[in-house]
Structures are given as structure tokens and as C-alpha cells.
Design a protein around this ligand. Structure first.
Ligand code: HBI
Ligand code: FE
Length: 287
């Protein structure tokens, strides 16, 4: 979540964008990307939704080194009308929403240090570009992201950003999708993390619950560790349909009257795919 008090660095434009300065990446920066890329590619193909692999392919993302945003944007523009623009890190919510509403995805231009391969707090170029950009090549998901940006602008006016942010968290960042009899990954926070890509699908600990818009908007989330529940969509078409064709006004009114739902709760009306043991989260507390 963006820190509302953060101020725009002097080198950034009014819309918080900066030049990517691709030529300034060091050999070590590119090597870090290649290492993270190879590690995910060794494990993701049978775990991630096929649309993600198709996006990597059509955007030529297996080319070694940190991608040049100008090149990515050229390809994306042709496919779905999206661009990738560089920012120094987290940007304020209103700036973020304005970019998405105009089909611009903001990506951090820096890469994590070699001692931070497994976890870092701020989204870097590996999370933002490897995690988020492949699905922007998918027309339906691309429309969903823009709809989220527009929804963010309306939610701001209604004081409901926190509720809408939960939708982003449980879909764009940590979503699972049904695939035949099984589940697959699509959330960027999962697919850019080696540990969570295994945990989210295979671990007996987390709950996996069928997506319901109102339910998701009421559910808290954690930013400091693997999720304790994941929400499963049927398809990108279904996700777009359930969000785009819903009037969020009455929904926000209803949600505002209802209590928040804790991260480890299962409700009687939930469509449960897996009832988790919660052993991972609870084991940590005891330790
Ligand atoms: N800024 N760079 C960046 N990346 C994000 O994912 C992001 C952001 N600012 C705000 C934000 N996300 C979220 O708070 C909104 O989805 C609510
Ligand atoms: Fe992200």
C-alpha cells in the first residue's frame, strides 16, 4: 500500500514516472533478473495459468536481462493497447489508479539486491514486470486492470479504497484460477515468488475459497508473509463480468454495514475448494 505521506522525488515527473535508464543497469542487476527468471521458469509452467506462459512468449520475455520497457510497451501496445512506464517505487493511490485507467502499468525500475532474492517489501522490476506484465497481453485481463483503475477513482470519491484494495490483493496479486479439476496460479505476488508459488498450490495450510466479490471486499489480508487464504476465480471472463457489470455503490453501502472477515475464517456460505489446516501460520505464532 502506498504511503500517502511519501513525496515525489525531484527526478520524477508530475505523474511520478522516471526514465527507465536501461543502460544504467549493471551486469549484476541483469544477472539477478536472469537468476530469478530461470528459477521461476523451472517451476511455473505446469503451475501457472497458460495465459501467463503465452504472455511471456508473445512479449519475448525469455530474452536475457532486465527487459527494456520501451520494447515491452511496443509489443503490448500492438496486442492490448497497454504500456509499461517506470516509477521509482510505490506511488500514491490516485496516481496509480490514473495510470491504470489509461492503460499504463507502473513498474519499479530498480532490482533487488542479490541477498534479497526471496523477499523484499517494495515491488521491484522483477515483481512488477515478470509478475504483472505477461497477463497484460491477455485482452480480458488487460480490460480488468483498466476497470480496476477506473474503479479506484470512484472508490476514492466514496472513501472505499481499502475495500477495493482487497479486490486487487486477492485477484491481481494473489489470485488462483480453476483449471479443469485443479487450480492454477495467476496472481503476480505469487508467480514472482518461488516460495509462494509452491505454497499457494501445494501446501495444506491455506484455505482456498471460491471468489465472491462482496466476501473478498470484507476480508482482511496480510502483507508480511504467505497468505492464509486464496480466492479462486472460474476464468478471466467471469472475473471481468462479475466486477465490470456490478454497481459498486450499493455494494460498498452493504459492505460498510458488515464486519470485516479475518484471514483464517471460513463462512458457511463459502464455496470451499480446500479447507486449510492453517498449520503454517499458527506454527509461526507458536514458534
Ligand atoms: N504503486 N508502484 C506501485 N505499485 C502498486 O502496485 C501500487 C502502487 N500504489 C498504490 C497501490 N499499488 C495500491 O495501494 C492500490 O491498488 C490500492
Ligand atoms: Fe504487484
Amino acid at each position: 500500500m502506498a504511503d500517502a505521506t511519501r513525496s515525489r522525488p525531484p527526478e520524477a515527473a508530475e505523474d511520478w514516472t522516471v526514465p527507465q535508464c536501461w543502460h544504467e543497469y549493471s551486469a549484476q542487476d541483469h544477472a539477478t533478473w536472469d537468476k530469478l527468471f530461470a528459477r521461476q521458469l523451472g517451476m511455473l509452467p505446469h503451475r501457472v495459468t497458460p495465459e501467463f506462459m503465452a504472455g511471456l512468449d508473445v512479449l519475448r520475455m525469455s530474452k536475457p536481462g532486465i527487459p527494456d520497457f520501451a520494447e515491452l510497451s511496443d509489443r503490448l501496445m500492438t496486442l492490448t493497447g497497454w504500456q509499461v512506464v517506470a516509477v521509482p517505487g510505490l506511488v500514491p493511490d490516485d496516481v496509480f489508479f490514473d495510470h491504470l485507467a489509461n492503460r499504463r502499468f507502473v513498474a519499479g525500475n530498480f532490482i533487488r539486491r542479490p541477498d534479497q532474492l526471496d523477499y523484499l517489501q517494495e515491488p521491484d522490476v522483477f515483481h512488477d514486470v515478470f509478475g504483472h506484465v505477461p497477463l497484460l497481453a491477455h485482452p480480458v485481463f488487460a480490460d480488468y486492470m483498466q476497470a480496476y483503475g477506473k474503479g479506484g477513482q470512484r472508490a476514492t470519491a466514496l472513501g472505499m479504497i481499502d475495500r477495493l484494495a482487497r479486490l486487487y490483493w486477492y485477484t491481481v496479486e494473489f489470485g488462483l484460477i480453476r483449471s479443469g479439476d485443479g487450480l492454477k496460479l495467476y496472481g503476480a505476488g505469487i508467480v514472482s515468488s518461488y516460495g509462494e508459488s509452491v505454497f499457494a498450490l501445494d501446501d495444506p495450510s491455506p484455505h482456498r475459497i471460491g471468489f465472491d466479490l462482496e466476501r473478498v471486499m470484507r476480508t482482511k489480508y496480510r502483507i508480511d508473509d504467505f497468505q492464509q487464504n486464496y480466492f479462486v476465480i472460474e476464468s478471466f471472463e467471469d472475473l471481468l463480468e462479475r466486477t465490470l457489470n456490478t454497481d459498486f455503490g450499493p455494494l460498498y453501502d452493504r459492505v460498510a454495514q458488515l464486519p470485516d472477515i479475518e484471514i483464517d475464517t471460513i463462512l458457511s456460505e463459502d464455496g470451499v475448494y480446500t479447507r486449510g489446516t492453517q498449520a503454517y501460520a499458527h506454527g509461526k505464532v507458536a514458534a
